[in-house]
Ligand binder design. Structure first.
Ligand SMILES: CC(C)(COP(=O)(O)OP(=O)(O)OC[C@H]1O[C@@H](n2cnc3c(N)ncnc32)[C@H](O)[C@@H]1OP(=O)(O)O)[C@@H](O)C(=O)NCCC(=O)NCCS
Length: 148
């Protein structure tokens, strides 16, 4: 477990990092490398970035609704995966959501993405529903929720 995670808010300074990482890990699901960076300076979204060795290593992005939030993406650079960064980002975004008055957190991930589902279950998310054909190549999504 990592001890010195350096988590800060993301801004448009992180545009290239978010675009590059989204291209690497989300291209099978849609054009997230184009969509996600545009959310960085949008007040309807809140982004956290985890830095390692002085450079961004992962991010997590929350869409802020009225009492309801959606974790629209969490991603860790493949070189840094498996070291607890995804868990720390998710824990931090849950705390931030709580502080914003959000009472229900939603997210979607591909049914095949078992590592992400493992992470989300550890954070306390439970399966709510499934949606066929949710992503670009027709992949099924699993909808998960967590009450805060
Ligand atoms: C999903 C992702 C964010 C996890 O980040 P990470 O920093 O590698 O994860 P952590 O090291 O914090 O692991 C937390 C938990 O996730 C699960 N997990 C992570 N990697 C896993 C793997 N390769 N296989 C199975 N479970 C895995 C485990 O439950 C793990 O808990 P454990 O260490 O107690 O077993 C990362 O793998 C990633 O960026 N994947 C590509 C993008 C993506 O699919 N995002 C999710 C959809 S939005």
């Amino acid at each position: 477990m990592m001890e010195d995670a350096n988590i800060r808010s993301g801004t448009s300074v992180d545009w290239d990092f978010v675009a590059d990482l989204a291209r690497r890990v989300f291209s099978a699901y849609g054009e997230y490398d184009r969509i996600l960076p545009t959310c960085l300076d949008d007040p309807q979204f809140h982004t956290l970035v985890c830095e390692q060795e002085g450079r961004p290593a992962g991010f997590c992005m929350l869409s802020i609704g009225d009492g309801v939030g959606e974790v629209v993406a969490v991603a860790v650079d493949p070189a840094w995966q498996g070291r607890g960064i995804g868990r720390q980002l998710m824990r931090a975004i849950v705390e931030d959501a709580r502080g914003m008055g959000i009472r229900l957190l939603l997210l979607k991930t591909a049914t095949r993405n078992l590592s992400a589902q493992g992470l989300f279950r550890k954070i306390g998310f439970e399966e709510a529903d499934r949606e066929a054909g949710c992503y670009a190549a027709g992949q099924t999504a699993i909808g998960m929720r967590k009450r805060l």
